[in-house]
Design a protein around this ligand. Structure first.
Ligand code: NAP
Length: 338
């Protein structure tokens, strides 16, 4: 039987890499768009490189997306590429809008032109809810984005719905409204990973020069302290490998639709710190301090997802608990930064 083909933008990212592993295990041929400056290392997908068809390209370049789709001719497209940090989006508004918003529109347009039968998955986000009055949030909750990243994602989300509704040439584009999901492959600019790396560096007694840098180019641990924004900020944190399974299930449906993917539980940054330092037998209060620099200009949350629709229609549920997620991340980083 002919193998199905899946094309992934953002294949080198956290989700792109786990999704690639899942699709290869399911017998797909997997292709992906990588930036020219991704180098030979390829980070999260270096162990899979020989099994993939990779295309140099950029979300800024419609031509590069066209060339890749024309050559690979996928049955499924997962649009995951993004400037994905809400905090960084305040200082790079244009870059974020171009990659995360306009870039998504280019992927939809080129898919419609080149592979009109392909099913497209769009990586939407709970950040589109902003600071919602309705808790938990579901597919009908009003969007009220509170950062440029979420504004760009809402644009892409609405363009996806428009393309789906086109009565002359409707496209199959489904959106997963995913709540935060984390793993040892999460970028170092995100709070969960900063905490797990900080615990590892403290536990292993790393010197300042050996400690990786945070999003503002400073060691994550300085003078033995981790600086965080708002300890009371609350998020619904899941485990990334569980969430890429939802992406695949969303594209196996007969009709395109939108689905909230979440755990339905919220935890604060304080709880995250408590749990993570406890995994290494440390008391978080000795090592964590707050710093306004890491508080975004406009706050979002509390974000807590209601995933009942996904459970009912695509048969998806989160498998990994918050405690297990934190343990997985801290134990992995203790090995990574030994
Ligand atoms: P990530 O780790 O930050 O990965 C982002 C990917 O986008 C990387 O492969 C990156 O490539 C690529 N990219 C960035 N700019 C690009 C450009 N100009 N052209 C081509 N590729 C570019 O993000 P993630 O956590 O895997 O998330 C996947 C998607 O889901 C993103 O769209 C994100 O916004 C969305 N999302 C994530 C979460 C979450 O909690 N993780 C929640 C909701 C939605 P390089 O390796 O070259 O930088």
């Amino acid at each position: 039987m002919k193998k199905k083909k899946a094309f992934i933008t953002g294949i080198t990212g956290q989700d792109g890499s786990y999704l690639t592993e899942l699709l290869l295990a399911k017998g797909y041929l997997v292709g992906g768009l990588i930036r020219r400056n991704a180098g030979n290392d390829l980070g999260n997908i270096k162990h899979l490189k020989s099994e993939l068809k990779l295309y140099h390209g950029d979300m800024h370049s419609a031509d590069s997306i066209s060339l890749a789709l024309s050559d690979f001719k996928p049955d499924e497209i997962y649009n995951l590429a993004s400037q994905s940090s809400p905090l960084a989006s305040f200082t790079d508004r244009l870059g974020t809008v171009m990659v995360t918003g306009v870039g998504a529109m280019l992927v939809f347009d080129k898919a419609k032109e080149i592979v009109p039968k392909a099913k497209v998955y769009q990586a939407s986000t709970s950040e589109m809810f902003g600071a919602p009055k309705q808790i938990p949030q579901n597919e009908d909750t009003i969007f009220s984005p509170a950062n440029p990243y979420a504004v760009a994602k809402e644009f892409a989300h609405r363009m996806a719905i428009l393309a789906r509704q086109d009565h002359k040439k409707a496209q199959f584009i489904s959106c997963g409204i995913l709540f935060n999901h984390e793993s040892p492959r999460r970028g170092l600019q995100f709070i969960t990973r900063k905490v797990s790396v900080a615990v590892a560096c403290i536990k292993n007694g790393l010197k300042n020069s050996q400690v990786p840098l945070n999003e503002i180019g400073q060691p994550i641990i300085q003078n033995g302290k981790l600086r965080v924004g708002d300890l009371s900020a609350q998020r619904d944190w899941g485990y990334a490998p569980d969430y890429v399974e939802a992406m695949w299930r969303i594209l196996q449906q007969d009709e395109p639709d939108d689905f909230v993917i979440a755990t339905g539980e919220v935890h604060s940054v304080k709880e995250l710190c408590q749990e993570a330092f406890a995994v290494a037998g440390l008391d978080w209060k000795k090592y964590v301090i707050t710093d306004n620099h890491f508080v975004p200009p406009v706050q979002t949350g509390p974000l807590c997802g209601d995933y009942r629709k996904a459970k009912k229609i695509i048969g998806w549920e989160p498998k990994t608990t918050f405690s297990d997620l934190v343990k997985i991340m801290v134990e992995a980083d203790i090995k990574n930064f030994s």
